[in-house]
Design a protein. Structure first.
Length: 244
């Protein structure tokens, strides 16, 4: 039984009045560290992609509305586990190292677009990368130029700007000039009604310890400075609408 149900049941039985605590403790029961770091999969929905139920249902509605406006949404990526993210991490790590980059430069280069395993919002089942497949899918669908003026997804991007938030989906890594961390990702949307709460919980974890004690390729080079900057910029410097 979930804590909330338990409290409700207990209150019904005893006739007590429950006063809400200041901290929403039920969040901590719902989203564990293993779950938010991708090590334990939540219940996921979807056929060609995977999301949590509420995000999945809302996404279906947005997809339908897009279709009515002439856009055929294609999901490039949705839920990713820790091991999936680690496979991406290791592939990029080996690639940059083989080009002669130092460990520090390798990490710096990977974290322009890719996350350190355990810190991806794709672990949450609320975030996804989408494009419009109406005119086919190019070999590099997730490129900013496609979404900019004159790009193949420009009209779709304008449609998303106007409609996606009504369905709960927000751009995470915006093109705000003063934003740091990951580069602009117009394709990456997050289902705010769930992910805002998840970030609140995620922030309470000892992320520095989690990262420095991880046995990832290159994690011996996760200095205090690097990890602190990563948390501040890559994890927390996102669209302010997802924090408020
Ligand atoms: Zn993404």
């Amino acid at each position: 039984m979930h804590r909330r149900e338990f409290i409700k049941k207990s209150a019904q039985l005893s006739g007590l009045i429950i006063i809400s605590p200041k901290i929403d403790f039920k969040l901590f029961d719902v989203y564990s560290e293993d779950e938010l770091t991708g090590k334990r999969s939540p219940e996921l929905y979807g056929k060609n992609f995977k999301l949590r139920e509420e995000a999945y249902l809302q996404f279906n509605l947005m997809e339908k509305a897009a279709k009515e406006s002439g856009y055929n949404i294609h999901v490039v990526s949705s839920y990713r586990s820790y091991s999936h993210q680690n496979a991406i991490w290791e592939r990029k790590y080996k690639n940059y190292r083989s080009q002669g980059l130092s460990h520090e430069k390798t990490i710096e280069k990977i974290i322009r677009y890719s996350t350190i395993p355990g810190t991806s919002r794709h672990h949450w089942g609320t975030d996804l990368d989408i494009v419009d497949a109406t005119k086919g899918i190019p070999h590099n669908p997730l490129a900013e130029t496609h979404f900019n003026e004159g790009g193949r997804y420009r009209d779709f991007k304008l449609w998303l700007d106007e409609h996606s938030e009504k369905f709960g989906f927000y751009v995470v890594y915006t093109n705000a000039p003063d934003r740091k961390g990951f580069s602009y990702e117009p394709w990456h949307l997050s289902y705010k009604p769930l992910s805002k709460k998840m970030l609140e919980v995620y922030k309470t974890f000892d992320l520095k310890k989690i990262l420095q004690s991880s046995k990832l390729m290159g994690s011996a080079h996760f200095s205090n400075e690097l990890v602190e900057k990563y948390i501040k910029e890559n994890i927390l410097d996102i669209n302010p609408d997802l924090l408020a």
